[in-house]
Ligand binder design. Structure first.
Ligand SMILES: *Cc1c(COP(=O)(O)O)cnc(C)c1O
Length: 399
């Protein structure tokens, strides 16, 4: 007998839960790709992608996952031998750095560990030391999905401006867009990268790059641009195929259009942000309660520096690994593994897990995950403090 039979819930930070409406929108015959409704829908999607990132910037859509979107951004920002300054606050900052390195870009890392956000002063210091302006862009992960650290993008922009360095500010919002506020224009972001399968609630397969006029001008000297990655024809397509450099990702577009309508026109973007913040509070409150009676703690101590779409937590003595296995087999909930934790100073793989509360997730789902975790801790005899579900209910009810 297992209590896990029933509808499974993949509570990992991407692919996230896809609304039935998104899947239903994709369940159709292939449309005409040369003319007709698909073209009108694509124009609407581009406008909605601007709304969801609070920007008037250009948008390019690629048929890729997040790794492909990183590479797209790199190809347009850099020439061979240019330098990227990369802020590392978890596994994903390192991933973007590695992608750049493999493309022949010099990478200068500023490592902030795995439990704290980037310190804008250290970024400013590195830029100030670059008198020859070899650094073409500063790459920052908004919410690092491995550590759940959230970086203060506006503060990083202010620090860059204060030293008067011309580098572009490029931000990976793959784990945060449609979850945490992202104000691309207000925060002075030049290049923004995202993908379909997290806050945007669509299957993996679409990557997005938004870019400012300044970034467009800079890209004209980027000798890493190749026909497929070049963002200019995609954003300023005069023929429909130019949007996608070939066949359009037809069914993903139908799904994405539906998801954007749900986020922007039905629930409303600010309500979506608030829902994520509230669900995150419940997960944090429960974890803090468990930690009162056991070796369990949030990876990021300062609440202001935590993303609201995913929570990384430490559970010593292999408890995290055992709890993940129990939750999947006995409760039908798959929790996220600890990522990038093989690095020095990080906990063992079995001592770390992640809970996603990203995208199409509501109170009963998050309470269900926390209830399953509570039950698993009990079943496994993992020491933990009492009152976690009470604390989650308090966070959600506001009382
Ligand atoms: C998921 C994620 C990526 C990588 O996306 P893939 O689709 O797995 O390639 C990159 N950055 C962040 C912040 C992510 O959350």
């Amino acid at each position: 007998m297992s209590l896990g039979n029933g509808r499974p819930y993949l509570a990992i930070p991407g692919p996230s839960v896809m609304p039935d409406r998104v899947l239903a929108a994709m369940h159709r015959a292939a449309p005409n790709i040369y003319e007709g409704p698909l073209h009108e829908m694509t124009a609407r999607i581009v406008a909605d992608l601007r709304r969801v990132a609070r920007t008037t910037a250009h948008v390019a859509i690629y048929i890729v996952n997040g790794h492909g979107a990183w590479e797209a951004a790199n190809a347009n920002m850099f020439a061979r031998g240019d330098t990227a300054l990369v802020a590392i606050t978890g596994r994903f900052g390192e991933g973007w750095a590695w992608s750049a390195e493999r493309m022949g870009i010099e990478v200068q890392r500023v490592d902030f560990g795995r439990r704290a956000p980037a310190d804008p002063a250290r970024i400013a210091e590195a830029l100030a030391a670059d008198r020859a302006h070899r650094i073409r862009a500063v790459l920052v992960t908004h919410v690092d999905t491995a550590s759940s650290v959230r970086n203060d993008i506006a503060a990083i922009r202010a620090a860059m401006d204060a030293v008067g360095h011309p580098a572009l500010l490029a931000v990976d919002a793959i784990a945060s867009l449609g979850c945490d506020p992202m104000l691309m224009d207000e925060w002075g972001v030049d290049v923004l990268v995202a993908a379909s399968q997290k806050g945007l609630m669509t299957p993996p397969g679409l990557g997005f790059v938004w870019f400012s006029d300044k970034a467009l001008a800079a890209s004209r000297r980027a000798d890493l641009r190749t026909p497929y990655w070049d963002w200019e024809p995609r954003a300023n397509a005069t023929e429909y195929w130019q949007h996608f450099c070939g066949t359009a990702p037809t069914h993903h577009l139908f799904g994405l259009a539906e998801a954007l309508t749900m986020i922007l026109d039905e629930e409303g973007l600010e309500a979506v942000w608030d829902r994520h913040a509230r669900l995150a509070e419940a997960v944090w409150a429960a974890t803090l309660a468990w930690g009162q009676g056991g070796d369990i703690e949030l990876n990021v101590a300062d609440r202001a520096c935590r993303g609201t779409s995913v929570t990384a937590l430490r559970m010593g003595g292999g408890g995290a690994g055992r709890l993940r296995a129990w939750c999947e087999a006995e409760a039908g909930v798959t929790l996220g593994i600890g990522l990038g934790m093989a690095e020095p100073g990080t906990p063992a793989y079995g001592d770390f897990l992640r809970v996603a509360h990203m995208g199409h997730v509501n109170a009963h789902m998050t309470l269900g995950v926390l209830g399953a975790m509570e039950t698993g801790l009990r079943a496994l005899g993992v020491p933990h403090g009492p009152g976690a579900l009470d604390a989650a209910a308090a966070a959600l009810s506001g009382r």
